[in-house]
Design a protein. Sequence first.
Length: 255
Amino acid sequence: MGGGGPAAAEGHPDPVPRPAPSPRRTGVPAVKVGMTQAWDAHGRRVPLTVLWVDAAAVTQVKRAAAGDATTALQISAGAVKPKNAHGRQAGHCAKAGLGRTARVAAEFRVTPDAALPLGHPLTAAHFAPGQFVDVAGTTLGKGFQGVMKRWGFAGQPASHGASRSHRSAGGIGACQDPGRVWKGKKMAGRMGGAARTVQSLRVAKVRERGRGGGEAVEGGPLPQPLAPSLPRSTPTATSSTCAARCPGTRAATCG
């Protein structure tokens, strides 16, 4: 017979107070512009990544209390030319009062107290220096690679005895038992282009720009290739994007 104290035996609630769930804010799609560096008070070099927040806004609101599967916000950013806009996508953005057709959209789960109204604009000021954020993105695709580059294999002997097999993987199977190649065997294949999340990055600086844009500078590298072009005069021209989240009380960020 197990059990807790007298309070538990009498059917009373747990006397230990439990912390209230912390609010979860929305994230913002952003473009990776490049990297820079800074030095702290102790003279240590800190790598920084610059992210461009391109005139983001709320284009859909989901509420679990209203029958939706979850409470979430759809955040759209950037813009495409009217002639290149899909009809349904243009109508979806017009319903939110966006005034343009967004280039990219991402959905973020939030707590009910962190929900935003439809059409609410989001800039880099959504974040503040010192906040810790999680940044999700897609790693740079490297195509089909061998085992030495993909998995760090040492390779075969470089001189005697290796007949044109210096970078080969070697044996990949066993004998008649089990008579097959084990699942998950490290072999040559497609490298990169995978979704990755970097957690607990500190926002170092936030800079506001015109036309609803802005830059957020994160501490550390991010898994995302650089945008091929980002004209400052027309910041609505976005390219590859990342989706960022905010776990708990830590503010969401762009990624």
